[in-house]
Design a protein around this ligand. Structure first.
Ligand SMILES: *[C@@H]1O[C@H](CO)[C@@H](O)[C@H](O)[C@H]1NC(C)=O
Ligand SMILES: *[C@@H]1O[C@H](CO)[C@@H](O)[C@H](O)[C@H]1NC(C)=O
Ligand SMILES: *[C@@H]1O[C@H](CO)[C@@H](O)[C@H](O)[C@H]1NC(C)=O
Ligand SMILES: *[C@@H]1O[C@H](CO)[C@@H](O)[C@H](O)[C@H]1NC(C)=O
Ligand SMILES: *[C@@H]1O[C@H](CO)[C@@H](O)[C@H](O)[C@H]1NC(C)=O
Ligand SMILES: *[C@@H]1O[C@H](CO)[C@@H](O)[C@H](O)[C@H]1NC(C)=O
Ligand SMILES: *[C@@H]1O[C@H](CO)[C@@H](O)[C@H](O)[C@H]1NC(C)=O
Ligand SMILES: *[C@@H]1O[C@H](CO)[C@@H](O)[C@H](O)[C@H]1NC(C)=O
Ligand SMILES: *[C@@H]1O[C@H](CO)[C@@H](O)[C@H](O)[C@H]1NC(C)=O
Ligand SMILES: *[C@@H]1O[C@H](CO)[C@@H](O)[C@H](O)[C@H]1NC(C)=O
Ligand SMILES: *[C@@H]1O[C@H](CO)[C@@H](O)[C@H](O)[C@H]1NC(C)=O
Length: 842
């Protein structure tokens, strides 16, 4: 209340002040300085604190510089950095007109919550304009920048500008610094930008800019920093970029770039930072890389680079960070790595490197992070590792390393992961500063388990052959199994972390790109802002823009239904493929419980893959739009088909039996074949979808739950009325048997053609049991005629009745049900037309 009042007062006062002065002055025209004074008065309350109210003294205000004549040349209001909503609204209301400040050279209005673009046209002397970190929304305001011919520095980063970069930007020909990063810009880089030949810095990162990287960029000969990361650039890296000899920073990470690392890049001998990570680059690391002797950071991670690491890497003597993880690198770790004596971070995880850890590693005396996990390294941990006095993080997990652990590691490091190796020997009782220790799945003899667990906050030492008071652990049997579990769990963890990050309100601008899954290597590519996730499972690329375009920004016309939460849209991609999108409504995405469901669905569907379980192609987690991308199932839900007279008739007995069978297989898979059982909790005919062949796919995993064997799995009651197992109402304890019950309802519903609620309520009464099966079947299609159909239908009804048993213990497991479908059935002893419900229940 208070704030809106102040604003209204300000707005009405400002014109009054102007009027007063002009009338007082009579015919006397306002001097330019008086105009500046008036303008300062109108913005002082918002941009300076109350103590700065004497505009005569304005040249002495903080963030104000004047020339000798007293005209303002620099404005950089030191307003309190207060990001509450009220505050930004307040600044929003101002109609800022800076055109009066004709001598302004430097204007910095960054981070003050402006949402309306200030009027700047005609500020001929303006050289430095910083409007970053505001909340501008809309297209880039090119008319407002008109005639700013002297502009050298333009920083519009971290706003919400959308649309394409205007051609007219190519006319700010003096520009040396252009930062448009962290917006929502789309389309190609306009060719006119290559006219900005004075540019030193060009940062277009974290937008949705697409197309290939223009060859013409090479005309920007003075460019020192080029950052195109976090966009949708495709095609290969132009060879000609190797001519931009002034470059010190080249960042092209997190795009869709393919092809090889150009052999010309190493001509850029001034480079300090080269980041090509998170693309789809293939081929090998060029030997010429050894020419980049100034390089400090080298990142080729998360590509498809193969072949061994070239030994020329040893020439990069100034290197402090080397990231080659998540590629397909093979061969040995070159001994030359020992020449990189300035290295602080070395990450070679998730490749196919083999051989030994070279003893030369001991020369890297500044090393703080050494991660070589998930490779095929064998041999011992070289004792030279004890020279690494600054080593904080050591991850050698999931290799085949044997021998003993050098005790020195435990003195300095704080994070040690050596799990999944073949290490033997014992653990010292002095464990220094270790706060994370994972030694699981080794062959260690750990006598002081309890003590270690009490000293180390995160201590995982189970599953070794020799444990204090523990049984002999047969690790060979468990090893493979564990590898899989370990992987799944860390993935889930990553997703949870992302979800938490977002629910804590991170509002970065992300980029939503859906990428192909590479072999079995899951690629989880979060953007720098960490608010988006990408994808696997799909044999092509789905670009965010394609989805927006295909649904005309989620126009209602493309909506094909609503789920337990969110709406489902159909999107026909340019490739011709159709996908289904489940999009959270804006209000829902702000509601933690829907948000949780959304994340849950991602988490669960990431864990499972089955032909009768809907496939998740990807998802976008972004504060502006959250959606899941699924395979599209043409025929919609079983419920809808059964409700439609025409479609129900098409659903013959064999089809119905097949649907039940598919559903049973899906649930059996979830319950019994996943690392930990997954309970769907909302099995209903609404959540069984059918493809064009009328095959079933279980969907809607928003409420599914990974069963934790160590907890009682107490929970809130969720599910669809009419499908919830009766015991849930009073025990609140989730078991796989709850799904079995719901499955029973769906099976019966499919046979009867409608929800069996009425039947179920009287099912146990003796009178009902005299009912014949043929009399409860869906009357809209003829009774089964073939021997096979008769047998199958009776079989399904029998299984369904067993699943509906009120005692969870006497229900079959989904595995039993699935087995029943796989074995051939004995022929019936009685005629189909005489089979009664009673018979099937006993
Ligand atoms: C405003 O500042 C001027 C110049 O510094 C000074 O002379 C004047 O006394 C100030 N007025 C008030 C009301 O403080
Ligand atoms: C920020 O705004 C809030 C609410 O308007 C206010 O309570 C708080 O004091 C402000 N903080 C600063 C540093 O001005
Ligand atoms: C901004 O101020 C200048 C100079 O006072 C004036 O000429 C111009 O019309 C104003 N522009 C707007 C849009 O108010
Ligand atoms: C920009 O300059 C041109 C030519 O000098 C002039 O006609 C035009 O009015 C100016 N635009 C603005 C917004 O000042
Ligand atoms: C613009 O302002 C932001 C925030 O104050 C600052 O981080 C950034 O360096 C500035 N940009 C330029 C080009 O000075
Ligand atoms: C561009 O702006 C972003 C966000 O404000 C900032 O993080 C980045 O460092 C800037 N780029 C350059 C090259 O200064
Ligand atoms: C490029 O700059 C020149 C002057 O430096 C100008 O005449 C020309 O119109 C500009 N081209 C584009 C496409 O903006
Ligand atoms: C890059 O993507 C665009 C669509 O965004 C497509 O038309 C073009 O063919 C792609 N180019 C390459 C080289 O893949
Ligand atoms: C090293 O790479 C792995 C991926 O293989 C990643 O999970 C890990 O966070 C990276 N560690 C560091 C310190 O960069
Ligand atoms: C343990 O950590 C503390 C604080 O991080 C540090 O001061 C101390 O030197 C460390 N001890 C060893 C042996 O590295
Ligand atoms: C495990 O350690 C024991 C005792 O050190 C040793 O005898 C055995 O060969 C080791 N097993 C493997 C598979 O390395």
């Amino acid at each position: 209340m208070a704030i809106s009042c102040t604003c209204i007062i300000i707005l009405t006062l400002v014109p009054l002040v102007f009027v007063d002065i002009t009338t007082d002055a009579g015919t006397h025209k306002l001097s330019a300085l008086d105009e500046e004074a008036n303008a300062m008065l109108s913005i002082s309350k918002e941009l300076w604190s109350n103590q700065y109210n004497n505009v005569s003294n304005r040249c002495n205000w903080p963030g104000v510089n004047c020339n000798k004549a007293g005209s303002i040349t620099l404005l950089s209001p030191p307003i309190p950095r207060n990001f509450t909503d009220e505050f930004s609204t307040q600044i929003c209301l101002l109609k800022l007109n800076f055109s009066v400040f004709q001598n302004l050279v430097h204007l910095d209005l960054s981070e003050i919550g402006l949402c309306e673009f200030p009027k700047l046209s005609g500020l001929k002397k303006l050289q430095h304009l910083n409007l970053s970190y505001n909340t501008f929304e809309g297209e880039l305001p090119f008319t407002l920048l008109e005639n700013l011919t002297q502009l050298l520095v333009l920083d519009l980063s971290a706003n919400r500008f959308f649309g394409s970069i205007p051609l007219i930007f190519g006319q700010m020909s003096s520009l040396t610094h252009m930062n448009l990063s962290n917006n929502l810009l789309i389309d190609k880089v306009p060719f006119t930008l290559t006219n900005l030949t004075h540019l030193l810095v060009l940062d277009l990162s974290n937008n949705y800019i697409s197309g290939t990287i223009p060859q013409e960029l090479s005309k920007l000969e003075r460019l020192v920093m080029l950052d195109l990361s976090g966009n949708s650039f495709n095609g290969s890296i132009p060879l000609i970029l190797g001519q931009m000899s002034s470059l010190t920073h080249m960042k092209l990470s997190n795009n869709l770039l393919v092809g090889e690392v150009p052999f010309t890049l190493p001509n850029l001998i001034q480079l300090l930072v080269l980041d090509l990570s998170q693309n789809k680059l293939s081929g090998f690391i060029p030997h010429e890389i050894g020419k980049l002797t100034n390089l400090l950071t080298f990142d080729l991670s998360s590509n498809f680079l193969s072949a061994p690491i070239p030994e020329q890497i040893g020439y990069l003597k100034r290197l402090t960070s080397l990231h080659l993880h998540s590629d397909l690198l093979s061969g040995f770790i070159p001994r030359e790595i020992g020449k990189l004596t300035n290295l602080v971070t070395l990450n070679l995880s998730s490749n196919s490197l083999s051989g030994l850890i070279p003893e030369q590693i001991g020369y890297l005396t500044h090393l703080e992070v050494l991660t070589i996990g998930s490779n095929r390294i064998d041999g011992c941990i070289p004792k030279e590792i004890e020279h690494l006095l600054h080593l904080k993080v050591l991850d050698l997990s999931s290799n085949a390393i044997s021998g003993v652990i050098p005790y020195s590691l435990f003195i300095h490091s704080s994070y040690i992961d050596l799990s999944n190796n073949r290490l033997s020997g014992s653990i010292p009782s002095q464990i220094g500063n270790v706060s994370y220790l994972d030694l699981r799945y080794n062959n260690l003899s750990i006598k002081n388990t309890k003590e270690l667990e009490s000293l180390i906050p995160f201590c995982y030492i189970c599953c070794n052959r020799f444990l204090d008071n523990d049984e002999y652990y047969d690790w060979d049997d468990q090893l493979d199994d564990h590898h899989n579990k370990h992987f799944g769990r860390s993935l889930v963890l990553v997703i949870i972390v992302v979800c938490i990050t977002i629910s804590l309100g991170s509002v970065g601008i992300g980029i939503c790109i859906f990428r192909a899954r590479h072999h079995d290597k899951l690629e989880n590519k979060a953007t720098k802002n960490g608010d988006l996730f990408s994808i696997w499972n799909y044999d092509g690329q789905i670009a965010f823009e394609d989805i927006i375009e295909a649904t005309e920004n989620f126009d209602i016309r493309y909506c094909i239904g609503t789920g337990a939460y969110g709406s489902v849209y159909e999107a026909r991609l340019p490739s011709g493929k159709t996908v289904a999108l489940k999009k959270l409504h804006k209000t829902e995405s702000e509601n933690p419980s829907y948000y949780k469901s959304f994340c849950n669905e991602v988490e669960v569907l990431t864990e499972i893959r089955h032909r009768n379980i809907i496939r998740l192609y990807g998802y976008c987690l972004h504060n502006r739009c959250m959606f899941l991308v699924y395979e599209y199932l043409e025929r919609g839900s079983l419920f809808c088909i059964l409700a439609d007279e025409m479609e129900a008739q098409e659903l013959k007995w064999s089809k119905r039996v097949n649907i039940i069978k598919g559903t049973a297989y899906a649930l059996a898979h979830m319950h019994h074949h996943c690392p930990s059982p997954i309970v769907h909790r909302d099995v209903s005919s609404n959540n069984v979808l059918l493809n064009s062949e009328l095959e079933a796919c279980v969907s809607d995993f928003g409420t599914a739950r990974l069963l934790d064997p160590d907890s009682s799995n107490q929970t809130l009651l969720v599910g669809t009325y009419g499908y919830i197992a009766p015991e849930l109402a009073y025990t609140m304890s989730v078991t796989t048997k709850c799904d079995v019950y719901s499955f029973g309802v769906v099976a019966l519903e499919t046979m009867m053609g409608h929800h069996p609620g009425e039947f179920m309520s009287i099912m146990s009464k003796p009178s009902t049991q005299q009912l014949l099966v043929k009399d409860v079947l869906d009357p809209r299609i003829p009774l089964p005629k073939s021997q096979k159909d008769m047998k199958d239908v009776v079989h399904v009804v029998k299984l369904a009745l067993a699943c509906l048993s009120s005692d969870p213990k006497s229900r079959p497991s989904m595995q039993d049900v699935a087995n029943e479908f796989s074995v051939s059935k004995a022929s019936m002893n009685s005629s189909f037309f005489d089979v009664s419900i009673y018979q099937l229940m006993h």
